[in-house]
Design a protein around this ligand. Structure first.
Ligand SMILES: Nc1ncnc2c1ncn2[C@@H]1O[C@H](COP(=O)(O)OP(=O)(O)OP(=O)(O)O)[C@@H](O)[C@H]1O
Ligand SMILES: [Mg+2]
Length: 227
């Protein structure tokens, strides 16, 4: 099982919205089963999931202390991907969650305030040596700010080519426990989210490959040393 953690120090950047949407996008792409985990005391993701009629994705609750064991149990139960929502702060608790990630996705609005705040979230991921990437969220159409934000972000790390635009349907679809992928599967928002999932999955696969190559290289070198 691979674990994707949504994190950003800035409140309202779109962590909860993207956590829910990505899990549905993954399942729609055949990358199932998925499980959602909410580590935010605001419990917005849990509330959304409780309002949902569909059976999947699953939802698991765990305290921070239980989280590592819970992830192991979910993996043993056959889940392919876990998506974890976090609260907007830099605390020890978020540090612990980030450390469990196979990929940390950092949603960032194209605003100077959000861009100034990314350093601390990036620090979290780099300190834990976890792969991370950015996604620009709530972008206004044809805005120069979006282009500038992508440039600023790319100096700090990889940026998803999929831009999540500011559209009412993202919020409206979540009122009754759904997502844009279910309310308007052919819409532009659904296409953005599907593209974002392709990016996240590809990053995870690439990191996997790199790790395997490193292991093989280390083993070969060890073999040479031992004659
Ligand atoms: N792409 C979007 N277009 C329009 N509205 C959006 C979009 N993404 C999120 N929103 C709205 O912006 C607000 C903040 O989004 P969300 O709750 O997902 O952010 P968050 O990072 O989880 O916030 P918090 O830091 O408080 O947990 C919500 O009201 C949500 O409905
Ligand atoms: Mg949230």
């Amino acid at each position: 099982m691979k674990t994707i953690v949504l994190a950003s120090q800035k409140g309202g950047a779109g962590k909860t919205t993207i956590t829910a949407h990505l899990a549905i996008a993954a399942e729609k792409a055949g990358d199932s089963p998925c499980v959602l985990i909410d580590t935010d005391p605001q419990a917005s993701l849990a509330a959304w999931w409780n309002g949902r009629e569909a059976e999947s994705p699953a939802f698991a609750s765990a305290t921070l202390k239980e989280l590592p064991a819970k992830l192991k149990a979910l993996e043993n139960a056959g889940y392919a991907f876990a998506f974890i929502d976090t609260p907007p702060a830099i605390t020890e608790s978020i540090r612990a969650v980030v450390a469990l990630a196979d990929f940390v996705l950092i949603p960032t609005r194209p605003s100077p305030h959000d861009l100034r705040a990314i350093g601390r979230t990036v620090e979290l991921a780099t300190e834990a040596a976890r792969p991370f990437g950015f996604v620009v969220t709530q972008a206004k159409p044809n805005s120069r700010l979006t282009v500038q934000a992508m440039a600023v972000l790319s100096a700090h790390g990889i940026v998803a080519p999929a831009i999540i635009h500011d559209r009412v349907d993202y919020a409206a679809s979540m009122i009754d426990g759904r997502t844009v992928l279910e309310v308007d599967p052919r819409g532009r928002s659904a296409a953005e989210i599907a593209e974002l999932w392709i990016f996240v999955k590809a990053r995870i696969e690439e990191n996997n490959k790199a790790r395997k190559n490193e292991k093989t290289k280390a083993r070969k070198e060890e073999g040479k040393k031992n004659g």
